[in-house]
Design a protein around this ligand. Structure first.
Ligand code: GTP
Ligand code: MG
Length: 405
């Protein structure tokens, strides 16, 4: 590898001194000849250099064009190309580690193995079409079913990584809700480890919703503090409450804070009735003032008593959240599938299942129909790694990249 030192000169003007790094094909990101220019930081020098190059006939790269070219030249597959974007967008170290695993081709290897196995099943199945029933070895269909079943199970195992992938890539929306003064903003500040939201003893302090990101076990959580729920006269507060309710609908987890130092009143019960049992974590707060309400008073699965003022129960609250969201605590990283892969893996599983059913029925020309169903499953699988693709698929993937990647 060579680094060349020199000056960028355009129209007789010395624009900057620079370093030039030539990458000779195929030893470059895209496998083409590539040069990298390193100029001084600050926008003026870079902009003038870019203008000079564009005037010489170059054009700016489209979003994701470099990675797209790397894919089209066969240097990386689609899963690895997507991992580049995941790595850039990673919100936590765990998310970055999962992206690196994918970039290194671990996920590709798993999908490729299943793909290759299904291709051989397909070839064997199509070979059967040329034989008469009685010429075939008796075990053939049984053997095909065995191999199809195995591929289906391997796909299902990959599919099960989706939830973790979703939580790593998109983050999880957690909404803090409750009556005014329940301690929502206190909790947000504690989770963040800084004084982000205003906390006062005045009921109705928070009016606008406030979103912040917190990392729990390496998973990003989008925590939203909301306006306390009550019947309000003030128009600003009413709008805040409308937003709180809206956010509670969208939340994957609602943390409902109650003041446990006084008995629950009808308004508390009314509020609790709007929270589904499965995704609500009830915090019985202010136990330092004496705990009147206990888990036995409410019919919720996830209940934690705490005194946020004394930061008591905070760990138990995090633990409960982590369990509710199935956030794995295991430390070694592994690649996880995305929403796009999930749809295709599901379609592929469906096609394999159909193939198995048709083979089991062994009716007239069942091999032919089974072979067609399997071909469909293989096609879906091929789109995950990019062994088969169409332009729309590439467009959808690479248009989400930023320029220069
Ligand atoms: N004694 C006691 N006071 C608490 C506890 N948690 C919060 N507080 C106090 O309760 C008051 C209200 O707390 P906030 O965190 O502002 O409550 P909020 O739910 O955000 O209230 P609104 O924004 O008005 O909806 C503040 O004076 C807090 O210091 C607790 O565990 N024990
Ligand atoms: Mg508040």
């Amino acid at each position: 590898m060579q680094i060349i030192y020199g000056h960028i000169v355009h129209d007789g003007k010395d624009i900057d001194e620079a370093l030039l790094l030539p990458f000779r094909a195929p030893a470059s990101y895209t496998r083409e000849d590539v040069v990298e220019l390193h100029v001084h930081g600050g926008s003026m020098s870079a902009r003038s250099t870019l203008q000079a190059i564009l005037q010489q006939g170059a054009r700016p790269a489209e979003p994701g064009e470099f990675t797209r070219r790397a894919f089209l030249s066969g240097r990386i597959d689609l899963l690895q190309a997507e991992a580049v974007m995941d790595l850039i967008a990673a919100k936590s170290q765990r998310a970055a580690a999962a992206a690196v695993e994918q970039l290194e081709g671990h996920l590709s290897k798993s999908f490729d193995e299943i793909y290759d196995n299904l291709i051989t099943v397909s070839a064997d199945l199509e070979a059967q079409l040329d034989f008469d029933e009685d010429e075939l070895p008796a075990r053939t269909t049984e053997d095909l079913l065995l191999r199809l079943g195995l591929a289906r199970k391997q796909l299902a195992a990959l599919l099960s990584t989706w939830e973790e992938g979703h939580r790593l890539r998109e983050g999880t929306l957690v909404v803090l809700a409750g009556r005014p003064n329940a301690g929502k903003s206190t909790l947000l500040n504690l989770l963040l480890g800084k004084d982000r939201a205003i906390v006062t003893p005045i009921a109705g302090t928070t009016r606008d919703s406030l979103e912040e990101e917190v990392i729990l076990n390496g998973f990003p959580l989008r925590i939203v503090d909301t306006a306390g729920l009550r019947t309000a006269d003030c128009q600003i507060e009413q709008e805040g409450i409308r937003r709180s309710r809206d956010l509670m609908q969208k939340a994957e987890i609602v943390i409902m804070l109650l003041d446990a130092s006084r008995p629950l009143d009808p308004e508390d019960h009314e509020l609790l009735a709007t929270c589904p049992v499965e995704n609500t974590l009830v915090l019985l707060n202010k136990t330092d003032l004496g705990q009147v309400v206990t888990a036995g008073h409410i019919s919720y699965k996830h209940v934690v008593a705490c005194s946020l003022l004394q930061t008591k129960g905070l760990e138990a609250c995090k633990q409960a959240l982590s369990e509710m969201l199935h956030l794995s605590t295991q430390t070694e990283s592994h690649a996880v599938i995305s929403e796009r892969h999930r749809g295709m893996a599901q379609a592929s599983i469906h096609a394999v299942k159909q193939t198995e059913n048709i083979l089991r029925q062994s009716g007239e020309s069942s091999e032919m129909i089974a072979a067609l169903a399997l071909r469909d499953g293989i096609e879906q699988l091929g789109q995950i790694t990019g062994r088969s693709y169409h332009d729309n698929l590439l467009e959808a993937i690479f248009s989400r990249f930023c320029v220069g990647k």
